[in-house]
Structure formats: C-alpha cells, structure tokens
Design a protein around this ligand. Sequence first.
Ligand code: HEC
Ligand code: HEC
Ligand code: HEC
Length: 154
Amino acid sequence: MIVRRTATRMIAVALVFITGFATAALAAEAENSGVPMPVIPAGMGDSCVEDTDFMRRNHMDMLKHQRDETTLRGVRTKQYSLVECINCHVINGSGMEAVSASDPRHFCRSCHDYAAVNIDCFQCHASRPEAEDPTAENSTGFTPTGATRTSGGR
Ligand code: HEC
Ligand code: HEC
Ligand code: HEC
C-alpha cells in the first residue's frame, strides 16, 4: 500500500515537472518565433465594435446572435453585422483589390487557418466589401447561391 502511494506520488511529481517544462519550452519557442504565430492584420479606424480582447474571444457568439436576430426575428442592425466586419477588416492584395476568403491573407483566415477553424459563412456572405449599391441600405452581403458577381469570386 505504502509502495503504491509512493509510486503514485512520484508519477504525479514527474507529470508536474514534465508539463511545466513543456509549457516553458513552448512559450520560449513562441517568443523566439520558432513557432509561426498568426499575423493578424489591423482593422480600419481606431477600434473594433467592442474591446479587441473581447472580440478575440466572443466574435463567433456575437455573429451567431446577430444572425439569429436577423433571420429569425427580422431585426437588421448594423452594429454586429457581418457586412460591417468585412468593411472594416478589408485586406488589399496586389493591385489594391480586396482579397476574398479564398486568399489566406484574408482577415478572418489570419487566425482561423492557424487555429484550424473552418467557417462556411462565405459560401453565402461576401467576404470583401460590396461595391457601392444605392439599394445597399439594408444589405446583408447575402448573394443567392449561383448568382454572378461582377467582381468575380467571393
Ligand atoms: C446558406 C447560406 C448562408 C450561410 C452558409 C450563412 N449565412 Fe448568414 N445569412 C444568410 C441569409 C439568407 C441571411 C439573411 C439575410 C437577410 O434576411 O437580411 C443571413 C444573415 C446573417 C446575419 C445577419 C445579417 C448581418 O450581416 O447582420 C449574420 C450576422 C450572419 N448571417 C452571419 C453568418 C455567419 C457568422 C455564418 C457562418 C457561421 C453564416 N451567416 C452562414 C445566409 C447564410
Ligand atoms: C469600425 C471598424 C470595425 C468594425 C465594424 C469591426 N472591426 Fe474588428 N477591429 C477593428 C480594429 C481597428 C481592430 C484592432 C483594434 C486594436 O488593435 O486594438 C479590430 C480587432 C478585431 C479582432 C481582434 C484581432 C486581433 O488582433 O486579435 C477581431 C477578432 C475582430 N476585430 C472581429 C470583428 C468582427 C467579427 C466584426 C463584425 C461583428 C468586426 N470586427 C467589426 C475595426 C473594426
Ligand atoms: C484573433 C483571431 C481570429 C480572427 C481575426 C477571427 N477569428 Fe473567428 N475564430 C477564432 C477562433 C480561435 C475560433 C474558434 C473558437 C472556438 O472553437 O472556441 C473562431 C471561431 C469562429 C466562428 C465559429 C466557428 C464554429 O465552428 O462554430 C465563426 C463563425 C467565426 N470565428 C467567424 C469569424 C469571422 C467572420 C471573422 C472575420 C470577420 C473571424 N472569425 C476572425 C479566431 C479568430
């Protein structure tokens, strides 16, 4: 019994030591940029629609909430609209044309590729700012599947 307890304790101590070491090693490696960290392009303007740190953690819930408000309750506000995210977080590729979500430089992909997150949102929603459109007042960036875009691609 005593032998078993001692063995368990030794394993526990070893585990603490190993995880501690691994964490320190990881942090050091990240700092020395041995691990490629995501390069997150800055948005336009001074700040996001909420605190940056809050956005990092909660943007997915905000977007889903906003979507439900619109699709289920017909509420169309600009505050957390996906169209607005795309407008501010536009990334220009070569030739000054905004890149779409098919380009790894796209804002939303800067982290998602790194974190292995896949979103299907841009199968329907535009991933770059829409061309000025006089009827765009309530635009949600939604294009019916199969519709042709003059800009080509999304
Ligand atoms: C199958 C097509 C489709 C997919 C995929 C899709 N949406 Fe939508 N989305 C729509 C349609 C249609 C509307 C309603 C447009 C309207 O009625 O104004 C909408 C509305 C929204 C709205 C509210 C309008 C706005 O921009 O404020 C948000 C936010 C939104 N979607 C987010 C998302 C997110 C986030 C994803 C991915 C997780 C996603 N959608 C995937 C079709 C889609
Ligand atoms: C008015 C312009 C604007 C709008 C609209 C906007 N953003 Fe931002 N966003 C910014 C800016 C500027 C920053 C960087 C702020 C900073 O450096 O602290 C940012 C930061 C972020 C970050 C954190 C990036 C990082 O560096 O970690 C995320 C995630 C984000 N935004 C998502 C969104 C989403 C999702 C939406 C739509 C619901 C949205 N933003 C709408 C301007 C905007
Ligand atoms: C600062 C890094 C970062 C940026 C920039 C970012 N995301 Fe995310 N996003 C994440 C992470 C990390 C997750 C996974 C969170 C989790 O699994 O809990 C995620 C998850 C999501 C999800 C939920 C996916 C699911 O399977 O439920 C949606 C929707 C989403 N992001 C939309 C967006 C959109 C749209 C943009 C660009 C406007 C964006 N994100 C930009 C880091 C980011």
